[in-house]
Design a protein around this ligand. Structure first.
Ligand SMILES: [Zn+2]
Length: 742
C-alpha cells in the first residue's frame, strides 16, 4: 500500500514536470496520457478545459497530427457537464443504469455518442472538477477501471492531479489568484492597499463599494478584474439592453437579492445569469433548477448593478441622506410634477431617497406602521405608529405626493396606474446588512391615494412552541410532521393564521439535510433555507404547475399554499403518496368538514385516508390585555355556558369548581380601553386513526366523522377556546365569536 502511494507521488511529480516543460496541455498530451492512465489503471481519459468566457467545456485529443475536439455544455445533460456545474466529484459504477444517474440529478444523462460509433463500451466513470483559486477551469474524467471499479483511493489521486491541471490552466488562461488582482496589474491600486482593504471588509459587496468610493476605481475596471478572475464576461447595468427574464418570478426576489444573482434577458429573450461571484456552484444550481431552462450564458456583475436589475432602484453607493436635506432639495426643485408625469417622476432621485429615508427612520424608531395620508390642498402627512401610538413624523409637499406613492407602489410591485381600488403588496429594503420586510396597502380616499405600510417583525417564522397549542395538540402535531411522507392540512377562513402555523411547522422541520420547497400566493413570511416560490396564475404558473416543477427538483417537504381546485388536490395527494411530506391549506370551517369537502371534489377515499396524517382547523381570537387583566369569580350562567359549550359528557376534563376564577381586561391606555391586546390561535386537530379511516372509506357524514374524531381525542375549536378561557388567555365573549363562525 505504502509502496503504491510512493509510486503514485513519483508519477504525479513526473506529470507536473511534463506540464511545466510544455506550453500547453495539448503539447504535453501524448506523453501525459499513458502516465495518467497507468496511475488510475483506466482504459480512457478525457481532460476538459473550460472555454474562456463561455459556459462550456472542450476536450482536445491529439492522435498523430490530428486534433479532435469534444464540446460539452456545463449543465446536467452530461456527466462532465454536471461535475462542472456542481463542482463536486462523482464516481458512477454503471453509466448505463438510468436509476443511478437519476439519483444524482433528475436530468443527468450519459452521452453515449462515443460508444455508439465504436466498439468501445463504457462501464464506470470517475470524474472530478478542476478548480483553481475557487474558479472552475475544467473537468477530468477517467473511464473503465481495468480491475474492479473506481474507489475513494482513485478519487484522492484524481483530486491531486486536478490541482496540478488547475495550475496549468490558470497559467494558460492568464487567470488571477484572487478576484481583484488584475487591478494591481493595472496600477489601479497597490498590492498592500488592496490587502488592507480586503482584510478590513466583511463581504464581497463591501469590497466593491470601497474600491469605488475610497479608491475611485471606475466600475468598468472592477468588472474587468472580476471577468479575468472568474473567466466569464462582465456585464454592466444596461437597462436599455437587458430586462429581467420573465420566468424569474418563480424565484423569490429576496433570495436573489440576498445572494446577488439576477436572471436577465436581451431583446431576443436569451437568458443571462448575472452573479456577483460566479464561482458559487451551489447557487448556480439552485437558479438553474428553479428556472428549468436548457441554455443560458453566465456573467459577472457588480453587486449594485445586480440589485438594480432586481428592481432596487435605490441601490446607489450613497446612503439615502437626511430627511431635511432631501425635503430641502424637493422644495427647491423646479420640476413641475403633475399627474401625467407620475411614472417618470418616481425615478427622481430625491423622491427615491425620501422614501428610503422614511423606511429607515421607521425601522430605527421601531415603528410598527407607517401612514402616508393625502390631505386636500395641504402637505401630505407622514405618521408612524410606535408602541401602539401614532405620531406625526414629517410632511411632504403636496406636489410630490403622487411621486412618493408611485415610488412605494413600484417597490411593492403594485400597479401604479390603478388608483381607484385598494391594492396589497410587499417590499423589502436593507438596513445594516439585514433585510427588512414591509407589507404595503394602498387606500384610495377623496383627497388622493394613501398608503399604510406595516413593518414585519424580523426573524420570519414564529417558533412552533409559541403557537399556544394545548399540550395534546402540540405533541400530536410534532409527531405528525415528523413523518417522512403524507399530507397535513391546515384549514380555516382567511385571516385565521394558517400561514403563520405552516411556517412555524416548516421552521421546526427546516434542517440542512431537508430540501423544502414552498409555493405561496403571496410569499408573506420568508425563512432562510427554504426554496420559496411565488405562484402567478396570471402567467399560468399555478399551484398545480409549481407542484409539478417541485417534484422534478428532489424535494423532501413541499408547501402548497392552497388546494383551490381538484387538480391541485389530486396532485398534492399523489405527491404525498410518493414519499414527500406535503403541507397545504383549505378554506373549510372544521377538520371533519374538510374530509367531506375533498371527497366531494372527487378524491379517492382510500388514497386520501392513506395520505392524510392530520387536519388542523384553526381561528384567531383576541387575548386579554396583560396590562389591565384582572381575575373575577365566574357567575352561575357563565359556568353553565362553559359546561354546555364544552359538552356535558366531557366537562369533567375541566375540573370546574363552584368558585371558578376567570379573567377580563378592564381597559387601559395600552389597549385603547378595549381590554384586549394581541391574538392567539384556537385549534382543532384531527388525526387519521384506523376507526376514522374506516368511516372515510364509507364516505360517512360530517357528524359521523366528528363523533369518531372526538372519541379519538380531538377537541373542537370551541372546546379549545374554553380551555383558553380557563387558562386566562381570553374571555367568554371571544368563544361566542368562534361559535358564530363555525
Ligand atoms: Zn389594557
Amino acid at each position: 500500500m505504502d509502496m503504491n502511494k510512493e509510486q503514485n507521488k513519483i508519477i504525479l511529480s513526473q506529470i507536473d514536470n511534463l506540464l511545466e516543460q510544455h506550453n500547453s496541455l495539448l503539447d504535453a498530451y501524448q506523453k501525459l496520457e499513458p502516465l495518467v492512465l497507468g496511475l488510475f489503471d483506466a482504459e480512457r481519459m478525457s481532460i476538459f478545459q473550460r472555454r474562456r468566457q463561455h459556459l462550456d467545456l472542450v476536450a482536445r485529443f491529439k492522435t498523430g497530427d490530428e486534433i479532435r475536439e469534444i464540446k460539452v455544455a456545463i449543465s446536467p445533460q452530461s456527466i462532465a457537464g454536471f461535475v462542472a456545474l456542481s463542482q463536486q466529484p462523482l464516481i458512477i459504477s454503471d453509466v448505463n443504469d438510468a436509476g443511478e444517474l437519476k439519483q444524482i440529478h433528475p436530468r443527468l444523462k450519459f452521452e453515449n455518442k462515443f460508444d455508439k460509433t465504436s466498439s468501445f463500451t463504457t462501464h464506470d466513470i470517475l470524474c472530478v472538477p478542476i478548480l483553481n483559486a475557487g474558479v472552475l477551469l475544467g473537468v477530468v474524467q477517467f473511464i473503465n477501471k481495468k480491475q474492479g471499479t473506481f474507489n475513494d483511493n482513485d478519487l484522492g489521486i484524481a483530486n491531486d492531479l486536478a490541482a496540478l491541471l488547475g495550475n496549468k490552466f490558470r497559467f494558460e488562461l492568464g487567470g488571477t489568484k484572487q478576484p481583484f488582482q488584475y487591478l494591481v496589474h493595472r496600477n489601479q491600486i497597490s498590492e498592500s492597499a488592496l490587502e488592507q482593504l480586503m482584510s478590513s471588509s466583511k463581504e464581497h459587496k463591501q469590497i466593491v463599494q470601497r474600491l469605488i468610493s475610497e479608491h475611485r476605481i471606475p466600475e468598468n475596471e472592477i468588472g474587468q478584474a472580476l471577468s479575468v478572475h472568474y473567466q466569464v464576461p462582465y456585464l454592466a447595468y444596461l437597462p436599455d439592453k437587458y430586462h429581467l427574464f420573465q420566468s424569474e418570478s418563480r424565484l423569490n426576489l429576496s433570495y436573489l437579492k440576498r445572494n446577488l444573482v439576477a436572471v436577465i434577458a436581451d431583446a431576443a429573450e436569451s437568458p443571462f445569469v448575472v452573479m456577483a461571484e460566479p464561482n458559487n456552484a451551489a447557487l448556480l444550481m439552485e437558479v438553474e433548477r428553479a428556472l428549468g431552462i436548457e441554455s443560458y450564458e453566465i456573467s459577472v456583475g457588480l453587486p449594485d448593478d445586480i440589485l438594480q436589475y432586481l428592481g432596487e432602484a435605490g441601490a446607489s453607493h450613497k446612503g439615502p441622506g437626511e430627511m431635511d436635506d432631501i425635503l430641502d432639495e424637493i422644495s427647491t426643485s423646479t420640476d413641475d410634477l403633475d399627474e401625467q408625469t407620475d411614472e417618470l417622476s418616481d425615478d427622481a432621485p430625491a423622491v427615491v431617497r425620501l422614501v428610503s429615508r422614511i423606511l429607515h427612520d421607521a425601522k430605527r424608531m421601531d415603528a410598527s406602521d407607517i401612514h402616508i395620508d393625502a390631505e386636500k390642498g395641504a402637505p401630505t402627512r407622514v405618521r408612524m405608529r410606535v408602541d401602539g401610538v401614532c405620531r406625526d413624523i414629517t410632511q411632504i409637499p403636496a406636489s410630490h405626493h403622487s411621486a412618493v406613492i408611485a415610488r412605494i407602489k413600484i417597490m411593492a410591485n403594485l400597479n401604479i396606474a390603478e388608483k381607484r381600488i385598494p391594492q396589497d403588496g410587499k417590499l423589502a429594503f436593507r438596513m445594516q446588512g439585514k433585510s427588512v420586510e414591509v407589507r404595503v396597502a394602498t387606500i384610495p380616499t377623496v383627497a388622493g391615494e394613501g398608503v399604510v405600510m406595516r413593518i414585519l417583525a424580523a426573524g420570519g417564522a414564529m417558533p412552533m412552541d409559541k403557537l399556544n397549542m394545548s399540550p395534546r395538540n402540540m405533541e400530536m402535531l410534532k409527531t405528525m410532521v415528523k413523518k417522512p411522507h403524507g399530507i397535513l392540512l391546515v384549514v380555516g377562513p382567511t385571516g385565521s393564521g394558517k400561514t403563520t402555523t405552516l411556517h412555524a411547522v416548516l421552521g421546526y422541520l427546516n434542517t440542512p439535510e431537508k430540501k423544502i420547497w414552498t409555493a405561496e400566493d403571496p410569499v408573506e413570511i420568508t425563512q432562510p433555507g427554504l426554496q420559496q416560490v411565488q405562484v402567478s396564475p396570471k402567467i399560468g404558473f399555478t399551484f398545480a404547475s409549481a407542484l409539478r416543477a417541485f417534484l422534478r427538483a428532489d424535494p423532501d417537504i413541499i408547501l402548497i399554499g392552497e388546494m383551490r381546485d381538484k387538480e391541485t388536490a389530486h396532485a398534492g395527494i399523489e405527491a404525498s403518496l410518493t414519499g414527500h411530506l406535503v403541507l397545504s391549506t383549505l378554506h373549510t370551517n372544521s377538520a371533519p368538514e374538510t374530509i367531506t369537502r375533498l371527497l366531494d371534489l372527487g378524491l379517492d377515499p382510500v388514497n386520501f385516508s392513506d395520505a392524510c396524517v392530520g387536519i388542523l382547523a384553526q381561528r384567531l381570537i383576541r387575548t386579554i390585555c396583560k396590562n389591565c387583566k384582572e381575575p373575577y369569580q365566574a357567575n352561575q350562567s357563565e359556568i353553565e355556558f362553559i359546561k354546555r359549550q364544552y359538552g356535558e359528557a366531557l366537562s369533567h376534563e375541566l375540573n370546574i369548581t363552584p368558585e371558578l376564577t376567570l379573567y377580563k381586561g378592564k381597559g387601559c391606555d395600552s389597549c385603547g380601553g378595549t381590554g384586549y391586546k394581541g391574538r392567539t390561535g384556537v385549534h382543532e386537530l384531527l388525526s387519521m386513526t384506523p376507526e376514522l379511516r374506516a368511516l372515510v372509506y364509507k364516505e360517512a357524514s360530517v357528524s359521523g366523522l366528528k363523533a369518531q374524531s372526538t372519541q379519538d381525542g380531538m377537541r373542537t375549536l370551541i372546546q379549545d377556546g374554553i380551555y383558553k378561557v380557563l387558562k386566562g388567555d381570553t374571555d367568554i365573549a371571544q368563544v361566542q365569536i368562534i361559535s358564530g363562525t363555525e
